[in-house]
Design a protein around this ligand. Structure first.
Ligand SMILES: Cc1cc2nc3c(=O)[nH]c(=O)nc-3n(C[C@H](O)[C@H](O)[C@H](O)COP(=O)(O)OP(=O)(O)OC[C@H]3O[C@@H](n4cnc5c(N)ncnc54)[C@H](O)[C@@H]3O)c2cc1C
Length: 424
C-alpha cells in the first residue's frame, strides 16, 4: 500500500513506523521544519522543550517506539519512583515493589497526613479497585473524590488530575482519571515510576525518527486538501492517516466527512504555560517538586534541569489548566514571586523564557464525545484527541498512531487498493 501520513507529532511518527514496518510505502507530510509536534524542542542553548513533559512507566508503547528507533529509554529518561515532594515536605513517595503494595505502604508511611486521611484514601482506593476503576461517565474528579479528606485532595488528587488531564478537578472526567490511576498504580512493577527527560525532547523521539524515516519525510509541507479516492493535495495514495491536530483534521475533512469533522471541531482546549526561570548556582532537593497553586501561585510543578542533564540553574515551572492565567496575564511574574516565596535560591531568579500553548490538550471533561479513529476504510485519524481511554498524552498519541496504522493496514489487506473513500 502507498500510504500518506499527515502530521509528524508522536502519533504521526508512531503511525509511520508501524506502516513502514508492515511493509507499506509511506510518505509523511509535516508542516513544521521538524518532527515532534507539541513534544518538540525549541531553539536555545541548550534547547528548551516546548513545555516540560513527564512520562511514566506505564507508557509501554512510547517506550517500545523509542527502542524501535534505536533510542535507549534509560539513556534519555531519568527513572524515579513516584514521589510528590513539596518544598520542605517529603510528601507521598512509593517504595519499590509491586505497585499495589507500594501504594499501600507509601500511603501508610506518609506522616504529613493524619491517620484518618491515610485510611480514608486506602478505603476509597480499595473501592475503586473493587469496581474495576470504572464509574459513572458523567462524574467529575471533584465529585468522585468529594468524600476524601481535604489533605488528600489538595496534595494528591488535584495535582495528579491537573498534571495528567490538564483539566481542573471540578471539570475533569472521573472515568479518564480512574483509568490513568489504574494504569499507573496497578499495571505491573515500575508502571507508576516517573520518567523525566534528561535530553531535549527532540532527542527522545523526533530526531531519531527523522533519521529513521529519511527520504520518506516531507518537512515544511502543510497539506492543504484531502479528497475522496486517497488524494493528498492531488497526489494519489491507497490510504491516509490524518495525524495532524484536531483543528487541522477538522478543516481537512470538512467536505469528505462532515460528521466526523464536526466532532473534531467541537472539542474544547486547555492551555499550559511553561515558565523557565534562571538562577545560577541554585538547585532543588529533588529533580521535581510539587507546588500548591492558588490565586497568586500559578505553578503546580517545578523541574530542576541541572539534575536532569540540562542547563544547571535552569528551572521549568509548569502551569497546567492555565486558562485563567492566559485570560488574566502576568503569569510569569506571578511564577517568579511564587518561586521566591517557596524555594531557596542561591542567586535571585530571573525569567528566562515563557512558552504558552493555548491548545496544549483537549479539555478532558465528563461524558466527552471524542471523534473515532476510522473516518472511512482508507482514511484514519490518529492523535491524542481520538476516542480512547487516555487523556491527551504522549502515550495516547502513540497508541492512536499504532491503532490507525493497524486499521488502515487491515483495510488494505481486505479491500482492493485505491478503492474510493466512502464517507460516513
Ligand atoms: C506544554 C505541554 C506539556 C505537555 N506535557 C505532557 C506530559 O508531561 N506528558 C504527556 O504525556 N503529554 C504531555 N503533553 C501532551 C503531549 O505533548 C501531546 O499529547 C502529544 O504531543 C500529541 O501528539 P500528536 O501527535 O497527537 O499531536 P501533535 O504533537 O500536535 O502533532 C500534530 C502535527 O501535525 C502537524 N500538522 C498540523 N496540520 C498539518 C497539515 N495540514 N499538514 C502537515 N502537518 C500538519 C503539526 O505541525 C504537528 O507536528 C503536553 C503538551 C503540551 C503542549
Amino acid at each position: 500500500m502507498k500510504a500518506a501520513i499527515v502530521g509528524g507529532g508522536w502519533a504521526g511518527i508512531a503511525a509511520a513506523v508501524a506502516l513502514a514496518d508492515a511493509g507499506h510505502d509511506i510518505t509523511l507530510f509535516e508542516m513544521a521544519p521538524q518532527l515532534g509536534g507539541r513534544a518538540r524542542s525549541v531553539v536555545g542553548e541548550p534547547p528548551y522543550d516546548n513545555g516540560q513533559h513527564i512520562l511514566i512507566g506505564a507508557y509501554r508503547d512510547s517506550l517500545a517506539l523509542m527502542r524501535r528507533l534505536g533510542v535507549d529509554p534509560q539513556q534519555v529518561l531519568k527513572r524515579l519512583p513516584l514521589a510528590l515532594p513539596y518544598p520542605g515536605e517529603p510528601g507521598l513517595r512509593l517504595p519499590p515493589g509491586s505497585p499495589l503494595v507500594a501504594f499501600t505502604r507509601g500511603v501508610l508511611a506518609h506522616r504529613g497526613w493524619p491517620w484518618p486521611a491515610r485510611l480514608g484514601l486506602l478505603t476509597t482506593a480499595g473501592g475503586w479497585l473493587t469496581r474495576g476503576f470504572r464509574c459513572d461517565p458523567r462524574l467529575s474528579v471533584a465529585e468522585l473524590c468529594a468524600g476524601l479528606p481535604t489533605a488528600v485532595k489538595r496534595d494528591l488528587v488535584e495535582p495528579l488530575c491537573v498534571a495528567a488531564l490538564n483539566t481542573p478537578a471540578p471539570q475533569a472526567s472521573a472515568q479518564v482519571f480512574l483509568r490513568v490511576l489504574k494504569d499507573a498504580l496497578f499495571s505491573g512493577a515500575g508502571s507508576a515510576d516517573l520518567l523525566l527527560p534528561r535530553r531535549p525532547l527532540s532527542d527522545v523521539l523526533a530526531g531519531p525518527a527523522t533519521a529513521w524515516l529519511g527520504p520518506r519525510l516531507r518537512l515544511g509541507r502543510r497539506v492543504q486538501t484531502i479528497e475522496r479516492g486517497g488524494l493528498v493535495d492531488g497526489e494519489s495514495f491507497d490510504g491516509i492517516v490524518l495525524a495532524c491536530t484536531s483543528v487541522e483534521a477538522a478543516r481537512l475533512t470538512a467536505d469528505v466527512a462532515p460528521g466526523w469533522s464536526a466532532a473534531a471541531r467541537a472539542l474544547g482546549y486547555e492551555p499550559i504555560i511553561t515558565v523557565y526561570l534562571s538562577s545560577p548556582g541554585s538547585a532543588m532537593p529533588a529533580p521535581m517538586l510539587a507546588l500548591r497553586d492558588g490565586p497568586d501561585a500559578p505553578a503546580q510543578f517545578v523541574f530542576d534541569h541541572g539534575q536532569l542533564g540540562g542547563a544547571p540553574g535552569r528551572f521549568a515551572f509548569v502551569v497546567s489548566g492555565a486558562a485563567p492565567w492566559v485570560e488574566r496575564g502576568g503569569c510569569a511574574e506571578a511564577v517568579l514571586a511564587q518561586a521566591q516565596r517557596e524555594l531557596a535560591w542561591a542567586t535571585p531568579p530571573v525569567i528566562d523564557k515563557v512558552l504558552t500553548e493555548k491548545r496544549a490538550t483537549f479539555a478532558c471533561t465528563p461524558g466527552l464525545a471524542r471523534p473515532p479513529a476510522q473516518i472511512a476504510p482508507d482514511l484514519w485519524a490518529a492523535g491524542d484527541y481520538i476516542d480512547g481511554p487516555y487523556p491527551a498524552t504522549l502515550e495516547g498519541a502513540v497508541r492512536a498512531g499504532i491503532a490507525a496504522a493497524q486499521g488502515l493496514g487491515k483495510g488494505a489487506n481486505g479491500a482492493a487498493s485505491g478503492s474510493p473513500t466512502k464517507t460516513p
